[in-house]
Design a protein around this ligand. Structure first.
Ligand SMILES: Cc1ncc(COP(=O)(O)O)c(C=O)c1O
Length: 396
């Protein structure tokens, strides 16, 4: 077997299951799970209807490149969402079976194993970046994101010798777990580095549509490239998804968009990888990307939960309203794994220890001492969980 498989770490939810395995459920309390980033609002009817109406198309093999209709719907959405001059659906967009598989597959297609290969990523992070780098034969290079540095990736921490071997940089904006949005000045810095050292930027933007001010949607990578006058999204590929935007994580539908010369090679890789979207999934995705009303409604639900739950959680834990995404990233008064274990044992509320999302480097673990609280459950449940967290805080 591929020996690099042994370098993969257990997934955070596997570690959480083990951590909580010995806990007996406290009597009389309904369990509330705020650990996993799985949207829980219902999938909009228009998506379900488009999916079922297209069921007869299961008799056809789908093309990896997707239908023209789907690529056109995604390109049109990108143009509307980011006020871009144009996105070419033939060369600058590809559908993917959710952003997760694409984030993984991308490293396999991009990394050149014949020379030293490093892949830069944030820490804490979405663990797929690390596994993707390891299985592509590259060394992950982690940049700590902490409250002290405003959760930014301090690109200046790496010297010229390190950058010279960097082939790929993952950024996550809005960020999981802290919700930070990368500002234009940082994009300028990252593009300049990419041009100097020749690496590719993979921008994970699967939380782009979960934000709290309708007048201020998060900046996206394509938008930043256009604003900085870059031609053809050079060296940049962004990853989008319907999972959070449209409450359809089971649909497995997303896209990659950006530099056509990279996407052309990625499509070649994908035809072998075999990750084409089923025809009914493509039809449902067209319906989803064309509609914005359900996305606005979805944001309203999250905004109401954050408005109510954040001040209650703040009675017990140091945290702040995120810029975007659906997580509270909160400091724990004790060790984060111990906090999560005891909270679960006493209050039947499950949250994710921050150190399950991070790696220790040079004796410092930027996820340690935090928990991630996903405000995904229904409003009443989220508020009930926040109250239990506040009460638990008094017992510590
Ligand atoms: C940061 C980040 N990227 C990507 C994904 C994958 O989303 P999907 O594959 O459903 O598009 C997730 C899912 O939780 C995530 O948190």
């Amino acid at each position: 077997m591929n020996p690099d498989l042994d370098r993969l770490q257990p997934y955070p939810f596997e570690r959480l299951r083990r951590l909580l395995a010995g806990n007996a459920p406290p009597p009389g309390l309904t369990p509330i799970n705020l650990s996993i980033g799985e949207p829980k609002h219902p999938t909009p009817r228009l998506i379900l209807e488009a999916l079922t109406a297209a069921a007869p198309s299961l008799s056809n093999y789908p093309a990896t490149q997707g239908t023209d209709a789907l690529r056109e719907a995604i390109a049109a959405w990108l143009v509307r969402r980011y006020a871009l001059p144009a996105v070419d659906p033939a060369t600058q967009v590809l559908p993917v079976a959710g952003s997760r598989e694409a984030l993984f597959a991308f490293a396999q297609a991009v990394v050149d194993r014949s020379r030293p290969a490093r892949v830069v990523m944030p820490n804490p992070f979405y663990q797929i970046y690390e596994g993707a780098a390891l299985l592509a034969g590259a060394e992950p290079l982690l940049l700590p994101c902490t409250p002290e540095n405003g959760f930014r990736m301090d690109f200046e921490r790496l010297d010229a010798a390190a950058w010279a071997s960097v082939q790929l940089v993952y950024v996550c904006t809005p960020g999981n777990p802290h919700g930070r949005v990368m500002p234009l000045a940082e994009w300028r810095e990252l593009f300049a580095l990419a041009d100097r050292y020749g690496f590719v930027i993979a921008s994970d933007e699967c939380y782009s549509e979960i934000y709290f001010d309708e007048a201020a949607p998060p900046l996206g990578g394509l938008q930043a490239a256009a604003a900085l006058g870059r031609q053809g999204f050079e060296r940049l590929v962004v990853f989008g998804s319907l999972s959070k935007r449209s409450n359809a994580p089971g649909l497995r539908s997303g896209f990659v968009a950006g530099d056509p010369s990279i996407l052309r090679r990625f499509l070649l890789y994908r035809t072998y990888h075999g990750a084409a979207l089923g025809p009914p999934v493509q039809a449902a995705s067209v319906a989803a990307w064309r509609d914005e009303a359900h996305v606005v409604d979805n944001r309203r639900l999250y905004a109401a939960k954050f408005r109510q739950a954040t001040p209650i959680v703040q009675r017990a834990l140091r945290t702040a309203m995120p810029e975007a995404a659906f997580y509270l990233w909160a400091r724990t008064p004790i060790d984060d794994t111990e906090y999560a274990r005891r909270l679960h044992a006493a209050c039947a509320v499950t949250v994710l220890p921050g150190s399950f999302l991070s790696r220790s480097r040079d004796g410092f673990d930027p996820g340690a001492g935090f928990v991630r609280i996903a405000l995904v459950a229904a409003e009443a449940e989220v508020i009930e969980a926040a109250q239990r967290i506040a009460e638990f805080g008094r017992s510590l």
